[in-house]
Design a protein around this ligand. Structure first.
Ligand SMILES: Cc1cc2nc3c(=O)[nH]c(=O)nc-3n(C[C@H](O)[C@H](O)[C@H](O)COP(=O)(O)O)c2cc1C
Length: 152
């Protein structure tokens, strides 16, 4: 799988108190346009998995190349996160957090799920979205177990 180059997303959820929680994910793809639908695959040992099971809603934030530090930060559980990157959230409809500054944000209701092995495949119907106004933004990518900046 490491030879399949992907973009990088951050999945946003909320904890039971309503505080935003984020996790880096690249197991993400479009499903269909009518209705606008996407999917993500989430490991059962993540904190995010428990929050999705409770809330049945997710945000998917597509990272831009300047957000590599955030991608690394959210790829660790909160107790193991290193560094102090700056980030902020805007609460979207249905209390789904948007990670400010990402290239695209999808606000989704979970409309289907399939457990396979140690992951669940979640199907999300896009209820709202935002695109960066910066048309020149470049994506952050992941390839061969490394962060990758295709434009450089
Ligand atoms: C580039 C990259 C992509 C990742 N993609 C996924 C993914 O699609 N699904 C997943 O469950 N974990 C994925 N992970 C691992 C999670 O980010 C990691 O387990 C994280 O600590 C989970 O956070 P949480 O337990 O706070 O929710 C990925 C990690 C990296 C570095």
């Amino acid at each position: 799988m490491s030879k399949f180059a992907t973009g990088v997303t951050v999945i946003t959820t909320v904890d039971p108190e309503g505080n935003p929680h984020s996790m880096t994910a690249n197991a993400f793809t479009s499903v269909c346009l009518d209705p606008p639908t996407l999917l993500v695959c989430v490991a059962h040992n993540t904190i995010t998995y428990g929050y999705i099971e409770e809330q049945k809603r997710i945000g998917v934030n597509v990272l831009r190349e300047e957000q590599e530090e955030l991608g690394m930060y959210f790829a660790r559980r909160p107790e193991n996160r290193e560094g102090n990157p700056e980030y902020s959230y805007t609460m979207g409809v249905h209390n789904v957090p948007e990670l400010d500054g990402s290239m695209v944000f999808f606000n989704c209701d979970i409309v289907g799920s399939h457990v396979y092995g140690d992951h669940t495949i979640y199907v999300g119907e896009v209820k709202d979205m935002r695109r960066s106004e910066d048309e020149g933004a470049n994506p952050l990518m992941f390839f061969d177990s490394h962060w990758y900046h295709p434009m450089h």
